[in-house]
Structures are given as C-alpha cells and as structure tokens.
Design a protein around this ligand. Structure first.
Ligand code: GCW
Length: 666
C-alpha cells in the first residue's frame, strides 16, 4: 500500500478509455532503438515501462521503425536539452542531445497519461534555466539538516547506503521534471563529509553519479573550506598560499579521475561559523577564485553561497541589520569572480520566511554569475507537516521586477541568464526528500518538488496549471479530485501566512528546530531576527532616514516604494517599517485588527482544507487518504495554537480589543 505514495507523479495509471488506448497502440506500437548509451537505455526503459502500464502493451524496440512508431532524431543545430515532439510521418522527437530526448519522452508520457491529443502534436521546448539544481543537506550519519521526510536516502552510519533502486527512482522523478544537477551532502560539511572528495568515498560517490548520469543529472559535492587542514594536514587554509591551491588541485584531479563529468562544488564559507577565507584576511572573491582555478582544468564550477551575515549579533544594537549583510558583503566584489564561480543567493535577504522581499543582490550583481536559491524543505513553513503549496510564492519572486536594467528586469530573467548573459546561471533549491515511503513526509509536499522542476524548466508556467498536471498524474485524471486539490493547495501559502507571522515580519518561531510559535524566541538572541514589538507597535525600521538603510540596497524605484510606509506593499509593511498597532491599512483595518482577523481566517482556511480532503474519501487510495488526513488534522490543531498565541500576545502588548469580540485569551 506504500507503492502509490512512492510512485509520486510517475504512477502511469492504466488508461480506461479503449479509444485512447487503441490510438496509442496504433500510433506508437514500435520504438526505434537508440545507440546504447546510459541515457538511451533510460529512454527505452522509461518509454516501454510506462506505455505498458498505461496502455497495456509493450512497444517493440526495433532497429528501424517502418510504419507507425516513435522515432528519436538528433539534430545538431538544436541545444542539447531542447526537443521538438511532432506527428509527421509518425511520431517523432527531434532533440539536440540525449538529455533533450529524455525530457521529450517524459513530456510525451505525461501528455499520454493526461490523454492529450496525438494527431496535432507539436511541442517545442527548451529549459529556460541552464542549471536546475537540488541541494541536499544530508549528513553521512544518516541525518538530514532541516530534513522532514525521514533519514537520508544516501547515507547511514558514515557510509553510503546500498540504495540503488531508490537512487534510480529518485533520478527518474528528477529527470521527469527536468532537474539536471544534484548536490548530495549538506553545505555544513562536517568531519566525515570532508572526506567525500577523497579515496575513502570517491568510489561510492561515483556509484551515485553513474545512476544519475543515466538520467541526465550531474553531481555536485559540498566541500569544507578547511579541508586543506582537516584532510590535507596543512597548518592553514589560506587561499593565497601555494600549498593550499596545490591541495585543491590534487583533490579535484582525484575527483575527476573517479567522475569525469563531475559538475563542481558547493561552498558555504564564512557563514554561520563555517570556515572560510576571512580567517586569513582574504575576500570571498579570493577564496572562491582559488578553488575556481583548481577546478577549471576539468571544466568544473564553484557555487559559492551568499548566506553570509553576522550570527553573533547583539539585540541591543539597532544598527546592524542581518537583511543588509549579503549585499554589503558581495556587492563590492561584483566583477571580481572568475567565470566558473557562481554566487548562490537565497530568494530573500533573511532566510526562507513565509514572506520576505526579494534579495536586493539579485539583479544588482551585473558582472557575476548568479543562481537563485529556494527552499523546498519547509523549514519555516510547517516542516512538511503543514500542507503549503510553495509555487505561488516562487512565482511572485520570479516575477519580481528588480528594476536594475530599467522596467522589466525580472528575477526569472536574471536567473535564466537572459538579462546579463552570464557564463552560468540558474536556480537551486534545498530538497525536501528523505527515505520516507512517500519521499517527502507529507504526500502533498510532493507537489513542491514537481512544481519546482516544472517552474525552473519554464518560469512562465502558472501555479494553477502545474497543480492540475500534478494532480492528474498523481491522483488520476478526475475533475472532482482536481477541484478539491486546488481548493486545498492554491490558497495554502496565504493560509499559512495568515495564522503565523503577520505582514512580512517573519520568525516568531521556536529557536533551534524552528517549528511552532514562539514570539520572543529569537527576540533577545544573537541571530538578528527581531520584531521589536512594544506596547505601541511592531516591525523593523529599515528606512534610510530613521532605520538601518536597507531599503537603499534596491534599485531606485523599489527603494522609494519600500522606504515609504504609504507605498510599501502591505504584506511587507512590518519587514520595512516599525508601525503603530492603530495604523490604518488600505483595507480600512488597523494593524492590530488585521492581525486578529487574519489569524481567525487562517484557522478557518485550515478547517476547509480538512473538509475538502475528507471529501476525497473513497476517491483515492486509503493509504494516501489517511496519511494526509492525519497531517491536516495536526495542522489544524497547530494553526489554532499559532492563532491563540499570536492573538493573545498582541492583545496583551497593545491592550486593544478585537472589534468583533471573538475569543482572545487574556
Ligand atoms: O536556514 C538556515 C538553516 C540552517 C542552514 C542555513 C544555510 C545548512 O537554519 O540549518 O544550514 O540556513 O542555508 O546554510
């Protein structure tokens, strides 16, 4: 009974329409075989397996398709990952390379599962983003940092697991939505993981790479900046010293010896107490460029994360602003990084909160390769116990106009490379997977992985269409099911926002594990995440005149809008301004009344999620039905906890009553 959950959106459910099946049988009874490479084998396997399951016959793989059948033709003039599926003298896939053909096959299978028309086929696609990455935060002891779906699927007890089938199924899931790169260890690289780039583990890493390679996915490893000392036995890790450079050169030679198409490394340096070039008085550029030079002979890349801020702040100090940090650190280095270095920037300036403005670094860096980082793991969004469909949030971010090259400088075009034409660019996301039977803990969290892939492939897809695709593929093509899932998931991000922290303020969660409400949990802590609520109001003053000046990091137009509470988008009002409780919003409500109202509404929202899910009983398999129901019920009780704690807290602070006299505990 775990199998349906495990198959996620690759169910390949038997199609009951005889007419449609007969059509597929006649048009696609054979497939012309390919050249026998790893990817070719995957293509043939995926195609024949899925057709057999959906249609009930096994298409023959033949040297030459004579009549009707599927033919794959490689076209030199097309880009490697691009394809064109058409019905002209039979169904043909034109592709720029094997990866393109693989993506085409998955696209066609999706089309067939949804009983799409096969006569007028004409699908011409190529990915918008060159790099479409999942970052795992897996540790070799088997734990996953911010993992909410069981243990690591890669490691246990400081060794690689014998998990070939699962790795392959994972690769299939990823390739089916166009992901082309994966890093398999936590960016916080501890002692044991530092040895992943050495003989001790390279054979195992290569085994994973082999499996992924057959699905067009390239491997990345996170590295420890102090490895020259911890692994190499040197006394320092100064990037400008020759012995350090030599250590890395040798390390990369070894890695490429084992994995010739290794993509590169991910580095978290001088961030949250991790080692980095600062120790030696070197800049991020000096630190990254040394690695870039060492890996360049193998055409590797260095992905350097920008999550750098003062994590030993003093809450008494109102001038230091964590939100400013990434821009302050990296903006002066624009243009100083080598061509094979890419800066990976979190979508917001803080840390994956339910609502943040877009990071001001995105768009501002014009001469530097950039990757935008999202988080599929719902660290601050209910940890995959709450159902939150993340696509609406990502769409908003990707469609944000940074204004750096005039009107219309959208985040999605910066990520895709369209705006500045960099050597490398794309999108990465922290994964939400583990070894749970359903991959993502919450079965509905599968939609975020699916949607992430689809959106990085084509950021112009909208969240509704992605959701209906996913729902058809995952739960069957029934309108009623789809409508209920839409009712549950489309508003779920806003619902989550309503019952948690208001108007862009963020945080208000329990320190450490980050689950559940704790309004003052971080208020007097060192992490720079404050709300500054007092008896008159709350919010962080980030204006130029009286605050931290953060607003000035945006292009002029945005800076102006954010700097003024009257023009600041209200959902971000408290991110940028400290405002009185009785300030009137455009809705005519005061801030305090808005807080009360949204918290009552948020709980109502979850109530209807539960009711809508209950209406699915008997329409989907019992296992998925009851597992999700259990989580939704937990979400409801937890939303009530959030509502009551937030409402009581602000009632006590402000002394202002709810005008509707609902129950607020005193
Ligand atoms: O979101 C924070 C997490 C840390 C994480 C860090 C990062 C891997 O709380 O657990 O460390 O971000 O992105 O590096």
């Amino acid at each position: 009974s775990h199998a349906t959950s495990y198959r996620a959106w690759l169910q390949y459910t038997f199609i009951t329409s005889t007419t449609y099946r007969e059509q597929v049988m006649s048009l696609l009874k054979e497939m012309e075989c390919l050249n026998g490479s790893d990817i070719s084998e995957s293509i043939e396997q995926e195609w024949t397996f899925a057709i057999r399951k959906m249609i009930g016959f096994q298409p023959a793989v033949v040297p030459e398709v004579k009549g009707n059948g599927l033919r794959i033709v490689y076209v030199d003039s097309m880009e490697k990952e691009a394809f064109h599926i058409k019905n002209e003298d039979g169904i043909q896939i034109l592709a720029g390379g094997e990866a393109g053909a693989l993506y085409a096959v998955f696209t066609l299978l999706r089309h067939i599962q949804r009983q799409g028309d096969l006569h007028s086929l004409n699908m011409k696609e190529k990915p918008a983003n060159p790099l479409r990455i999942i970052n795992h935060w897996d540790n070799m002891d088997g734990s996953v940092e911010r993992g909410y779906a069981g243990e690591s699927m890669f490691y246990r007890d400081d060794s690689f697991r014998e998990n070939i089938v699962r790795w392959k199924d994972y690769a299939r899931l990823l390739a089916s939505v166009g992901i082309n790169a994966v890093s398999i260890n936590n960016v916080n690289v501890h002692k044991v993981e530092s040895y992943l780039i050495t003989e001790r583990y390279l054979k195992d890493v290569a085994r994973v790479a082999d499996i992924f390679r057959a699905y067009g996915i390239r491997l990345l490893l996170s590295i420890n900046y102090a490895s020259p000392m911890e692994v190499g036995g040197l006394t320092h890790a100064d990037p400008l010293e020759e012995d350090v450079a030599a250590f890395w050169k040798q390390a990369f030679d070894d890695v490429y010896q084992a994995i010739p198409d290794f993509l590169g490394v991910v580095v978290k340096a001088d961030s949250e107490n991790r080692p980095g070039p600062f120790t030696y008085g070197r800049t991020h550029a000096e630190g990254a460029n040394m690695l870039a030079d060492a890996i360049a002979p193998h055409n590797g890349i260095v992905i350097w994360r920008c999550f750098v801020y003062d994590c030993h702040q003093d809450w008494r100090d109102r001038t230091t602003d964590r939100a400013r940090a990434a821009y302050d650190h990296f903006m002066p280095l624009d243009g100083a990084f080598k061509d094979n270095v890419i800066l990976q920037i979190k979508n917001g300036p803080m840390d994956f909160q339910v609502r943040e403005p877009v990071s001001p670094l995105i768009g501002a860096l014009k001469q530097t390769n950039v990757i935008v980082e999202f988080q599929l793991a719902q660290e601050y969004l209910g940890q995959q116990r709450h159902a939150v469909y993340l696509l609406p949030q990502w769409k908003e971010i990707l469609n944000f106009d940074t204004g750096h090259e005039g009107e219309g400088t959208f985040v999605k075009d910066i990520a895709s490379g369209k705006t500045y034409n960099p050597t490398h660019s794309g999108i990465a996301a922290v994964g939400n997977l583990g070894d749970d039977y359903n991959w993502t803990g919450h079965t509905l969290a599968q939609v975020n992985l699916y949607g992430y892939g689809r959106l990085t492939w084509d950021p112009t897809l909208n969240e509704d269409d992605i959701l209906s695709e996913w729902s058809d593929l995952t739960f069957g093509q029934e309108e009623h099911i789809q409508q209920l899932l839409e009712a549950i998931l489309l508003p779920s991000w806003l619902t989550y926002e309503r019952y948690t922290s208001p108007l862009g303020i963020g945080w208000m969660i329990n320190p450490g594990h980050h689950y559940g409400p704790n309004i003052d949990g971080y208020e007097y802590d060192a992490w720079g995440t404050y709300h500054f609520a007092d008896r008159n109001g709350l919010g962080v003053d980030r204006t130029v005149e009286t605050g931290t000046g953060y607003t000035s990091q945006y292009a002029e137009q945005n800076a102006k809008i954010y700097n003024d509470p009257n023009t600041c988008p209200e959902e971000l009002l408290l991110f940028f301004h400290h405002m009185p409780y009785n300030y009137e919003l455009t809705s005519g409500k005061t801030i305090i009344q808005h807080i009360y109202d949204t918290h009552f509404e948020g709980v109502k929202g979850v109530e209807s999620m539960v009711a809508n899910w209950e209406a699915l009983e008997g329409k989907i398999d019992d296992k998925r039905f009851s597992d999700v129901l259990e989580r939704l019920k937990h979400q409801l009780s937890h939303a009530i906890e959030w509502r009551d704690i937030i409402n009581t807290y602000f009632y006590r602070k402000s002394g202002i009553k709810d005008i509707h006299q609902r129950k607020i505990y005193e």
